[in-house]
Design a protein around this ligand. Sequence first.
Ligand code: ATP
Length: 322
Amino acid sequence: MYDVVALGEVLIDFTPAGQSELGYTLFERNPGGAPANVLAALAKWGKQTGFISKVGLDPHGQYLIQTLNECGIDTRGVVSSNEVNTTLAFVHLDPHGDRSFSFYRKPGADTQLQKEEVRLDMIGQSKIFHFGSLSLTDEPAASATRRALLYAKEQGCTISFDPNLRIPLWDDLDHARKMIEYGLARADIVKLSEEELTFLTGVTDLEEGSRMIGEKFGTSLILVTLGEKGAFYRLGGKTGSVGGYPVLAIDTTGAGDAFFGGFLYGWMDRKIGFETLNEEDLRTMIRFANAAGALATTRRGAIPAMPTLEEIRKVTKDHDNS
Ligand code: ATP
């Protein structure tokens, strides 16, 4: 039995890590990929996780599988192929720790997962099925994702979706919108950034934008991450914001994934459905998620930056007592 099975990209984030003696930028080989990051956080906190993806039969791919195994993630759903290269991304950081990416993914292994390769048996044994939009950019992974998603719904999994819009990865933005809307129409819990909310709705107002998404797609729970300001939520007709925790951010890679992992961690412990979820309990879950996200910004990379449960609890406790 799994708590969460995710499908999607796993890749190498080459993150700037100082300069060589000759004055050239050094890059650190950080394992990453949003769905893998979410699982790494959950596995670190003791949850049973399984991953469905594809890597190249190359040293980077083997390094990724080894890293996921070391995190405690079940990698039996990760296919290694000698026909494709493991996907790579170079991360560029501005002085505030904000990122931009150059992807080496034409095609990257993660886009080449075939629907016959999806381990439906893993999905059938999971409480939550989690996915993003990177596996929807290209075929055959888009069909593989659709198959997995429909199966997860048939099996009664809670569906969690992070649209995680990366504009350079789409051939055109109408395609991106269409595929993200496909995911939204089937998801129970959605995490968006403010930019993604505006992209999807054309408005910047959180109340209005989240209402539009909720009404159009019937999403039970919408979370909008606000960087250092924390997060906004819409649960049916109830909305609100939960403030973030002040930290010294050095690299925001993986903050959204730590946040979403943190939220799902709390979500799994609840005993009631969306309709009867108490707003104060929801706010407690979001506080935990905000602390996880905040702590992840204080370290470089994504998987290695996931905080421990003790660190998260200390941050929330210290803050509540101050
Ligand atoms: P990503 O860019 O990783 O796809 P995202 O846009 O959802 O994801 P952010 O909004 O940057 O990610 O961060 C997610 C969460 O992490 C925020 O909602 C907040 O709780 C926390 N967080 C991020 N940056 C900071 C910061 N500088 N200080 C405190 N908390 C932060």
